[in-house]
Design a protein around this ligand. Structure first.
Ligand SMILES: [Fe+2]
Ligand SMILES: [Fe+2]
Length: 166
């Protein structure tokens, strides 16, 4: 059985993943309105990944005989001025999510919950990738600045993203 504090932390993490998905949903809409369909597609795939993350945690809580408690998902803040701002926000969000996952991991260590530690290893690795891609993209958009050709080239490149196999 899951200890109540681990169960609560995992439920909170489900909410973080749902909030991340909802934020990426807002970012997709922003890019679509800016006619940057490549970045919009990237955001769609990213949002789908976050839903998979929420689902993994949801299933794990159930597999351990815990109770899933779903909370309200916060309203996204989507008043971006430029493509770069979107990725600045995305990078911040991923760093916050990394801290959140690390906190759940630390709790699992303190509680000697080895199964939860093992399950969270996947998330810890995933966050390395998430932070890398969002920070790299922010840097590329910073470099592109006000140059439309550079922005369109990046839009094209990011539009080639394929969904992960998992
Ligand atoms: Fe995630
Ligand atoms: Fe993420």
């Amino acid at each position: 059985m899951l200890k109540p504090n681990i169960e609560a932390a995992l439920n909170k993490q489900v909410n973080h993943e749902m909030a991340a998905a909802y934020n990426y949903f807002a970012m997709e809409a922003w890019f679509e309105r800016e006619n940057l369909a490549g970045f919009a597609r990237w955001m769609r795939i990213q949002r789908e990944e976050e839903l998979v993350h929420a689902r993994k945690l949801f299933q794990y809580i159930l597999d351990r005989g815990g109770k899933v408690e779903l909370e309200a998902v916060a309203k996204p803040n989507a008043d971006f001025k430029a493509a770069k701002d979107v990725f600045t926000r995305a990078f911040e969000q991923e760093r916050a999510n990394t801290r959140s996952i690390h906190a759940v991991y630390e709790l699992a260590v303190n509680e000697k919950d080895y199964a939860t530690q093992q399950m969270l290893q996947w998330f810890i690795e995933e966050q390395v990738e998430e932070e890398k891609i969002t920070s790299e993209t922010e840097a590329l958009l910073e470099m592109a600045g006000d140059n439309p050709s550079a922005l369109l080239l990046l839009n094209e490149k990011f539009g080639n993203r394929q969904p992960d196999a998992d």
